[in-house]
Design a protein around this ligand. Structure first.
Ligand code: B12
Ligand code: SF4
Length: 490
């Protein structure tokens, strides 16, 4: 069967700081190809809609699968699905991915016939099963299927994440994938899931709180097979198990594989086993993302981060000592007033790290979705990109955005401004000589992407598709069980 997988367009954040390959979609595409299907991928982060229509006309797919990891992409995917059905009526159109898994039935109903099914959970098992079932519509056995005529059994999980290897050969214009100065950059995954349970996050609920590791030799094969010099590790928390990080490092050392790495971890993990990160530093680890989330105890308790402000500060010192460039994420509470924004600006300017701000946003699949969603000021999917405020702000909304954008701009100028360009001039020159312009463009694009008036105007756009509301508004054991996509473990 001819199958086309589609990743929707880049969201606000990805238009500036990073744009990464659709790793999940590449893995699902690989599984479908192994099952004997003819598979293509269109990534709308790096292609315009014209390329999609060209593929629809030329390749004439019998099935199209949209990757919906992000809520903010739901309206675009539904509109494209409708157009595909118009141009190619017999084509089977479905969606899968992180966010859509939590609200599958709702999205299917909203699609009003434009989608034939949503596949919940990991796609490596479900997607080939669905494609195999398609000719005679024997869907009722497809794990994770939510269909127009009923549901299949619960989503099935891979025992081992060693296989399938992502079908990187199917993504084109790979030189458009980058993260900051890692330009170009590929992505790779060593582990899946997270054993913590932060209240604002759905990484643990999606995987039923399970945590799986790739075997060290498969992980090293994966890295060795990547053509790009830079690698972003998509693991939610890198090297939770120090022996796993060490074993992969040993394999890479033995094979003399050297890349430049960017990874994400937690302060307590770094502090417990700095030696693993030191070892990776020698292998090319240069950039680390630390999800600090809040500067004070109260904020950290609110998000159930189980890390103290002191641990966060010590982790920063440890990373600095190792010579790592660190990016920090802070969650903006919509209740912040002008004074709190000012404090954050001062703090951000006083530390050498790159500081990112994301606005606290309740998502389906998180605990705060149940406790906060009654207060939502909008249910427009497009605003759920953690750069817009969807909860009531203490400041008038226009002023909130002015403070937010001003803070982001002050911080961005610290890194993207003339001084930073001078510091990174060597990197920039080398990239431009190789024809890599993503990082250079990012430096000059900030004001186009971040604009308080535009963010305010986004709230006035006509809304065609809205998020559903949760059935429970508190976290009792039943509501907690319902958070999971893959059945909970332990
Ligand atoms: C890596 C990552 C990114 C990368 C994106 C890379 C890319 N282009 O896809 C970067 C760093 C760019 C990123 C950015 C953002 N991210 Co992000 N990201 C992740 C992260 C940590 C891992 C995703 C990943 O690659 N996993 C590994 C692959 C193999 O798994 P996967 O993609 O989930 O795919 C599997 C299934 O979902 C499914 N599947 C996927 N696609 C499809 C398609 C079909 C047809 C089918 C059947 C199945 C299927 O099968 C796959 C294999 O099992 C997740 C957290 C998590 N653990 O999932 C957050 C996460 C997905 N991100 C999140 C957010 C909020 C964002 C941002 C909005 C943040 C921001 N600061 O603005 C941006 C917006 C990105 C954008 N599109 O523009 C949220 C999602 C929230 C939501 N409900 O919408 C998550 C869940 C993190 C969280 N803390 O809650 N992100
Ligand atoms: S925020 Fe990080 S540590 Fe907390 S549950 Fe999500 S992935 Fe795990």
């Amino acid at each position: 069967m001819r199958v086309l997988f589609v990743h929707p367009s880049a969201l606000m954040y990805s238009r500036l700081f990073l744009r990464l390959e659709p790793l999940g979609l590449e893995r699902v595409a690989a599984a479908a190809r192994t099952a004997g299907h003819e598979v293509r991928i269109v990534d709308l982060q790096v292609f315009s809609h014209d390329e999609l229509w060209r593929q629809i006309a030329e390749f004439r797919p019998e099935a199209v699968g949209f990757g919906l990891n992000y809520l903010a992409n739901v309206p675009e995917a539904l509109e494209l699905a409708r157009d595909i059905k118009r141009r190619l009526p017999p084509c089977f159109v479905f969606a899968g991915g992180h966010s859509v898994s939590f609200i599958a039935r709702h999205v299917l109903e909203q699609a009003d016939g434009a989608l034939d099914a949503v596949l919940r959970g990991e796609g490596e098992i479900g997607a080939p099963a669905l494609l195999d079932a398609l000719p005679d519509h024997g869907w009722s056995d497809v794990p994770g299927l939510v269909g127009l005529e009923g549901d299949g059994p619960p989503p099935a999980m891979l025992e081992s994440i060693d296989e399938p290897r992502p079908a990187r050969d199917l993504t084109r214009r790979r030189n458009k994938y980058f993260i900051g100065v890692l330009d170009p950059a590929a992505s790779a995954e060593f582990t899946r899931g997270c054993p913590w349970d932060c209240s604002f996050c759905s990484a643990w609920t999606f995987y039923g709180r399970r945590y799986r590791r790739m075997s060290p030799s498969a992980a090293a094969d994966e890295i060795a097979g990547i053509a790009e010099p830079g690698v972003f590790l998509v693991d939610d928390v890198a090297f939770i198990r120090p022996e796993h990080g060490d074993a992969i490092a040993a394999e890479l050392e033995r094979r003399r594989v050297h890349k430049e790495y960017y990874l994400e971890t937690r302060a307590d993990v770094l502090l417990r086993h700095p030696e693993v990160f030191e070892r990776w530093r020698r292998l090319g680890l240069n950039y680390m993302f630390l999800g600090m989330e809040a500067l004070d105890e109260e904020g950290l308790d609110l998000f159930r981060k189980r890390v103290s402000p002191d641990e966060n500060i010590r982790a920063l010192e440890t990373a600095r000592r190792m010579g790592l460039t660190v990016a920090i994420n802070l969650i903006v509470d919509p209740r912040w007033d002008a004074r709190q924004f000012e404090l954050v600006r001062q703090w951000a300017l006083s530390v050498p790290e790159i500081v990112h701000l994301t606005v606290m946003t309740p998502y389906p699949g998180t605990e705060i979705w149940h406790t906060e969603s009654r207060k939502l000021t909008t249910r427009d999917y497009r605003l759920f990109d953690i750069q817009h405020a969807v909860l009531p702000t203490r400041l008038p909304l226009a002023e909130f955005y002015r403070e937010l954008v001003r803070t982001q701009s002050v911080i961005a100028r610290k890194h993207l401004g003339v001084a930073a360009v001078a510091q990174t001039l060597g990197i920039l020159t080398r990239q431009l000589l190789r024809g890599q312009t993503n990082f250079a463009r990012m430096i000059w694009k900030f004001d186009k992407v971040y604009n308080a008036e535009q963010q305010l105007r986004d709230h006035a756009e006509p809304v065609h598709f809205e998020l559903p509301l949760p059935r429970h508004h508190e976290i009792n054991p039943r509501a907690r069980a319902e958070l999971y996509v893959h059945p909970a473990h332990g």
